[in-house]
Every structure is written in structure tokens, then in C-alpha cells.
Design a protein. Structure first.
Length: 262
């Protein structure tokens, strides 16, 4: 897989909400049907800390964690790893294999990839017969935390700097994912829409949350000296659209999918 460039991910910023980000991974992991000697790939593995848990829980023969950010993987690649666990930098959008894996796992990464019909077909082709595909995607594209950023791509001085770029929105509805999984050869797929009830210190915490994920993509397409102004304009729009209760209730929608290759 191709090595990415323009790495704006920050592990420290991402981990400010470590506990909240872990729960969907743990819920997804409970859907795995373990088998002896599994060969596993975790696409979009972030810092790799949770990939370690997956590898240990399954007692997998081999697990590889892939992430496009060298900064996110730096600690994992520099540390001592258990037998069979490795990490590599790569663009999961370029992933391709044939009948190689017992489990393809991805937690909160596929919303960065366009054309999920094609993506799911590619992933199913990479599974061995009986192999499992599990993934989770955020479904927050309707929320002010996301719509505020997209609105700013059409407003100066940011519109000229973005030069026509808009962040794609590839996430589909749960029923469509269910149909795609079945169409591409996964028997009796299971798809859940889960609302995670996060309670944050205040509404400003939403901006800190998004600085660790969503806003990294906007940073990649803006000149560095303009990004602080973008953040301030984004903060103003988000805070104008939500209540200011303290603590702040932040329901976060995610879609969890499982299927097994026939």
C-alpha cells in the first residue's frame, strides 16, 4: 500500500477522548467469532493500542495493523510487540488482497474512504472462505460538529484556499450496508445503529474532539497559517448551533457491521 503524505494526525489530541473512542472498538470486538490460528488485519488501527487487545483476545496467529499516519503508529512500531503482531503505514483505500484473511477488522476508518460499494467488494475478495468482515463507521455527517466544517469550505477566506475541495461524505444508511454485505457474499449480515451517550465537560469539548479526527482532513487542505482562523470560525458555528448545558450531552451515532463470507 502507498505511503501517505501530509500527516496532520496528533496522537495526544486523539487520546483526549480515549475512553469514548475505545467503547465502539470493544463492542465491535464482541461480534467476532473466534477460530484457531486466525490471520487478522486491522485497517485504520490508529495508535495500535486496541489492535494489541484484538490480537491477544483472539490468540491470533498473525495480526497486522495498518494506518495512514506515521505519527499515530510511531509508538507502536517502536515498542516490543507480541509474537505475530506487526504494524505498517499504508493507505487503506489502496488495500487489495485475495483469499488471505480470516478477519478484516476496521474501527472508525472507512468514513475516510469513498465508494463503500466498491470497498466492501474489495474487502470480501480479501477474505478466505468463512472469513469475517467487521467494521464500524461514525454516522455524524448530519450533526453541527460536521456540517459546520463543510459550510466553511464555501466561505471566504477559506473557499479560495480550499480551491473547490469539499470533504466527501461516503457513509451509507444501516439498511444499505446490510444489502451491500449480502450482495457481496456475506451470509446473514448483522448491522447495528448505536447511539453512544457521551457526557462531555462542556460544548467546547466537541471542538477538541473534532480537532483529533475530522478537522485533520481540513487542516491537510489549508495553508498552516490559515488553519487557526478556520478553527475559530468552526468553533463559533458549532457553539451557535448547540445548547451550552454543562456538562454537555453529546450523542454520537455509529454503525457497526458484521458478515461472514459464504
Amino acid at each position: 500500500m502507498d505511503r501517505p503524505v501530509n500527516d496532520h494526525w496528533n496522537p495526544a489530541q486523539y487520546d483526549k477522548f480515549k475512553r469514548e473512542r475505545e467503547q465502539p472498538f470493544l463492542d465491535l470486538m464482541t461480534l467476532v467469532r473466534p477460530a484457531p490460528g486466525m490471520r487478522v488485519i486491522d485497517l485504520g488501527c490508529g495508535t495500535g493500542a486496541l489492535t494489541r487487545q484484538l490480537h491477544a483476545r483472539l490468540n491470533a496467529r498473525q495480526t497486522v495493523g495498518v494506518d495512514r499516519s506515521p505519527r499515530m503508529l510511531a509508538d507502536a512500531q517502536a515498542s516490543a510487540l507480541p509474537q505475530g503482531l506487526t504494524f505498517e503505514v499504508g493507505d487503506i483505500g489502496a488495500f487489495a488482497a485475495s483469499d488471505e484473511y480470516d478477519l478484516i477488522f476496521s474501527n472508525s476508518a472507512f468514513h475516510w474512504i469513498e465508494d463503500h460499494d466498491r470497498l466492501i467488494a474489495t474487502l470480501v475478495a480479501a477474505l478466505k472462505p468463512g472469513g469475517q468482515l467487521l467494521f464500524q463507521v461514525p454516522a455524524m455527517h448530519h450533526d453541527p460538529s460536521h456540517t459546520a466544517a463543510e459550510a466553511l469550505t464555501r466561505i471566504e477566506p477559506f473557499a479560495s484556499a480550499f480551491d473547490g475541495w469539499h470533504r466527501p461524505q461516503p457513509v451509507l444508511s444501516p439498511d444499505v450496508y446490510s444489502r451491500l454485505l449480502y450482495r457481496h457474499g456475506l451470509a446473514a449480515p448483522t448491522v447495528h445503529l448505536v447511539v453512544y451517550p457521551h457526557v462531555l465537560e462542556n460544548a467546547d469539548a466537541v471542538i477538541e474532539w473534532m480537532k483529533g479526527t475530522l478537522l485533520t482532513e481540513y487542516a491537510r487542505h489549508l495553508p498552516p497559517d490559515l488553519f487557526p482562523a478556520f478553527i475559530e470560525a468552526y468553533r463559533d458555528r458549532v457553539l451557535a448551533a448547540v445548547d451550552h448545558a454543562t456538562p454537555f450531552f453529546f450523542p454520537f451515532e455509529r454503525i457497526l457491521c458484521w458478515g461472514q463470507k459464504c
